[in-house]
Design a protein around this ligand. Sequence first.
Ligand SMILES: Nc1ncnc2c1ncn2[C@@H]1O[C@H](COP(=O)(O)OP(=O)(O)OP(=O)(O)O)[C@@H](O)[C@H]1O
Ligand SMILES: [Mg+2]
Length: 602
Amino acid sequence: MAGPSHHGLEPGDRPGTALDGRLLARLWPFVRPHAHLLWLGLLCLLLLSACRLAMPWLVKVAIDDYLSVGDLDGYYPLLVAFLLVGILNGVLRRTQHIAMETAGQNALLDLRLAIFRHLQQLQASFFDRTSTGRLVGRVTTDVEALQEMFASGVVTIIGDLIFLFATLAILFALHVKLALISLLVVPFLLIVTLIIRIKVRSAYVSMRAKLSEMNGFLHECISGMGVVQMFNREAATQKEYVAIASGVRDSQLKTVWWETSLSTSVELLSSLTGALILWYGGGLVAENWRTDGIQGGLTLGVLFAFIDYMQKFFHPLNELSLKYTVMQNAMTASRRIFDLLDVEERLPEQTNTVDPGEVVGELRFENVSFGYNPEVPVLKNLSFSVAPGEKVALVGATGAGKTTVLKLLTRLYDPTDGRILLDGVDIREYALRDLRKRIGLVPQDVFLFEGDILENIRLGHPEVSDERAIAAASRLHLDEIVARFPGGWHEPVRERGRNLSAGEKQLLSFARVFAASPRVLVLDEATSNVDSHTEHLLQEAVHDIMEGRTSIAIAHRLSTVRDVDRILLFHKGELVEQGSHADLLAAGGKYAALVALQYGDE
Ligand SMILES: Nc1ncnc2c1ncn2[C@@H]1O[C@H](COP(=O)(O)OP(=O)(O)OP(=O)(O)O)[C@@H](O)[C@H]1O
Ligand SMILES: [Mg+2]
């Protein structure tokens, strides 16, 4: 079921720091092309801080220099200035936001593309080991964590810090003692927010884990709904879902609890600060009035400015701890992304490859050994050859290694020992593209992509014309089936082809090979049963398609085996018998036993 949250720690993750120079340096190349926007955003940010600092100051001057002496003529221009600064503030905020988001989103697009490009180059063994959910998480959730960093993180932290220090400077310039008293609460605020933030963060991590568990559960149940219903599992599944969904509710409520504790504490401490300023500052103002300013004290304008500045001061202070966690998430996410980008598991390709041209189609396996896991050999010292145009069938018990032979031939994996030759040349000397274009594959599990029927037939060979694709499909009598579809040849094929029947999917995958018409054909016959009519169509298709090509068919049906020139019998990764159907039957060895077992009733 669903793996751990992508925001939480995964096995192998080191606990994150909020700033990691090495990671930032690796992110930079993605940001650099859009850096001009970043600088624009930064400039706006500085001007924005200036605006925010100017507003309380304008009010202070208005009160002390004009209002308190009844000078409305001087007061109105300040009002206009106040309004203008307010408008400028809005414009700058929006510009800053858009510039930084644009830079961030573009950088993330480049990053997403880079990850996907990288994934497409990795070899099959990597995907054997790595869970799909986790890889999808790299491209989605982890990239989103970085997006949060751009939206609210790094650059604005600089702005916040500048704003905080500038505010401090102004407060101290206005009145040292009152400034000290205003800041009394700040250490408490920092400690309280930090503690609660840690709680919030861990609540979020567990909430995300629960959410991803729920998503995984739903994904599995919805795609297997038919099975759930068939096996009367509704009640049991519902019960499981109740547990998971309640867990989600509880964890959501927990985050709300801590989030509100945080905002409440910040508000309380901010009010406390306001009260402190009013208490101490109020005394000073009263003294100022009593003595007409002679004994010092404080003007009303300064008192107002203090309250306003302190309110503005609390907001970024509170945000700092939030941004700290955003940065921490972003660093964890980017470490995971770069760990993936650092995976160098791809099949070695030679630099000066041999151009296969039009291949003749002579195949040779020379002492090939292979194991998905080096300790568990799947193919052992395998040697055989197939002449151009010869039709060969591989047979053997399930798990004998038949499909593996095809995977080596199409270079999804490379042998651990020995070599495979096509037209006398080691297949590793061809470019991967060239090799794979020349071998037609009908896989055991048909995989269709979203698109329409024709697009799926043309897969890998975009040069195939509509006419040729339709002609190929018609040879398999697919035209009769397609005629029933409302969309005809352009009938949409849904995810993995789930709107087609198993037999239709198989016919379609045969049509792919017909349309491409390769010299070498490898065919992994599906074991799933299709109706006898389709079975017959498939039989004919196999027969037709193998004609005149070098073909290796993994055969499960006796009729396929009878058609071929030679049969190779595999047993536990070794080639134990070969010959024609009649010869092998006559020899009375393992093949004869297998036939008797599998096709006893024929
Ligand atoms: N990706 C993989 N990772 C690890 N082991 C694998 C992998 N694919 C196959 N195997 C193992 O390799 C062995 C051979 O598998 P293979 O798919 O070649 O069998 P097969 O002869 O095609 O069987 P079948 O007739 O059932 O299709 C099996 O024991 C299988 O468990
Ligand atoms: Mg197989």
